[in-house]
Ligand binder design. Structure first.
Ligand SMILES: Nc1ncnc2c1ncn2[C@@H]1O[C@H](COP(=O)(O)OP(=O)(O)O)[C@@H](O)[C@H]1O
Ligand SMILES: N[C@@H](CC(=O)OP(=O)(O)O)C(=O)O
Length: 422
């Protein structure tokens, strides 16, 4: 049996009916049995679902938001199917199910679990539409629910993969099917040991592609994006970017760790462990080679810029005239771990610990609440964390012009600054 190929199409590649048609053309000459196609929610659907949840939590009316989301999906269907096609009833039905779930009680206490029962809806409806359209174009795919095989723990919103169980389910349930048909499934979602829906963290569909590739022993993963490949900076923010023809796993992982959003940070490691190459290709120019991320890439020294937005700088100052010691750091990190907050940058001084974290709903309040009795705490929100890998010294200042720098750190290979527009 040939080795499985995994393709992943993100929100941008299914953002409207034209995009779905383009995806179909990409698959026309490439579709084969032994292929898994992972799709994300259409366009910004996950953001829209998050807004619905925020409104619900704030006890605000969200009926307009869900109607708009339904209309958005039905309009995509209108661009793909003739009137009366069964997909319209299926989509209506899926939205009824969503609206039904949204009737249930939501509070800060059950927020994460509730969130996971709602936000994966974007992937479920998107994958239904795409599978149906491919079949209507004689590109036969079998729609499968990723939650059948992607097994996780119950850390809702940031569920961790149970690799053993996922591998077992992939081998017993999907592998036999792949001998005959390609499978179309969803990114981002999984299920816990009780069968409850979980999600893998925002933008987690790239990670799903890597999970499935690893679990199925695939020969490669291709993620289709609206950029020519991995560039040395986000082209939506910086000009004069350069595409990497190839990148080592380590370099790619480092870029994503610092926040290069072109690939989800958890994607690289499982692939590197078993040496499965990852291709990042443009869905706008599918014949172009894109970027190959693999183990044998030649290292480079090209300055690479990564910008992480919505950052918060929090400083914990000791109040009892002692100096910072291990115990203080331990207390802060213990709390961060409990809140599943990752530190993007850390700086210590004699009397304070400064950390940079992502802005996340409720989390700052919870962090401050627990530690305010031990430290004097100050924080600044709405910041950007700029990281330059392989910085050229003479080039750094250009990225700081017009910005106030709140924190700065440099090593031989990495420059980081927390900045705020003046
Ligand atoms: N270093 C980079 N190289 C290429 N694209 C990048 C880079 N950093 C950030 N990006 C952004 O990543 C986007 C593609 O990722 P994403 O929007 O998550 O795609 P999708 O949701 O369709 O999977 C690009 O449009 C680009 O703005
Ligand atoms: N739809 C989810 C998962 C995802 O990965 O999407 P995308 O592939 O469009 O980044 C999100 O927006 O978080």
């Amino acid at each position: 049996m040939a080795k499985t190929l995994v393709y992943k199409f993100g929100g941008a590649s299914v953002k409207d009916s034209i995009a779905v048609k383009n995806l179909t053309e990409i698959l026309r000459n490439r579709l084969r049995k032994d292929m898994v196609i992972v799709v994300s929610a259409m366009g910004k659907t996950t953001n829209a679902l998050e807004s619905i949840l925020s409104r619900k939590l704030a006890k605000e009316d969200f009926s307009q938001n869900s109607s708009t989301l339904k209309a958005f999906h039905l309009e995509i269907c209108e661009g793909l199917f003739s009137a009366g096609h069964p997909i319209f009833a299926q989509v209506q039905n899926l939205f009824l199910q969503l609206e039904n779930k949204l009737e249930l009680d939501l509070s800060r206490e059950n927020y994460d679990e509730f969130y996971d029962s709602i936000v994966g809806f974007g992937e479920l409806v998107s994958s239904r539409i795409v599978a149906e359209y491919l079949c209507s174009q004689d590109l036969l795919v079998v729609w499968k629910d990723a939650r059948e095989v992607v097994k996780t723990n119950s850390d809702f919103r940031f569920a961790k993969i149970d690799w053993e169980e996922t591998k077992k389910s992939c081998s017993s349930q999907w592998k036999p099917l792949l001998g005959n048909f390609p499978i179309l499934t969803q990114g981002f979602i999984g299920s816990d040991p009780k069968g409850k829906p979980t999600t893998l963290g925002r933008e987690g569909s790239d990670f799903t592609a890597a999970i499935l590739a690893t679990s199925l022993g695939a020969s490669s993963v291709t993620i289709w994006k609206d950029v020519p490949g991995v560039l040395n900076a986000d082209p939506k923010i910086f000009s004069d970017t350069r595409k990497f023809d190839e990148l080592g796993y380590r370099e790619a992982a480092e870029m994503t760790y610092f926040g290069a959003s072109v690939i989800h940070p958890k994607t690289i490691k499982p692939l590197a462990n078993v040496d499965i190459p990852l291709f990042v290709k443009s869905f706008l120019d599918p014949e172009a080679p894109g970027t190959k991320i693999h183990g044998a890439a030649i290292p480079h020294e090209v300055p690479t810029i990564v910008l992480k937005k919505e950052q918060i700088l929090v400083s914990f100052k000791v109040t009892d005239f002692t100096f910072i010691e291990e115990l203080h750091i331990h207390r802060v990190y213990e709390r961060l771990q409990a809140l599943k907050l990752r530190v993007n940058m850390l700086q210590l001084s004699a009397i304070s610990i400064s950390i940079v974290i992502d802005a996340q709903l409720f989390k700052l309040d919870q962090l401050l609440e627990k530690l305010k009795s031990e430290f004097e705490i100050r924080y600044n929100e709405g910041l950007e964390l700029l990281t330059i890998l392989h910085p050229a010294q003479e080039g750094i200042s250009a990225y700081l012009e017009g910005y106030e720098v709140l924190l700065e750190q440099a090593s031989r290979n990495t420059f980081q600054a927390v900045r705020r527009k003046i």
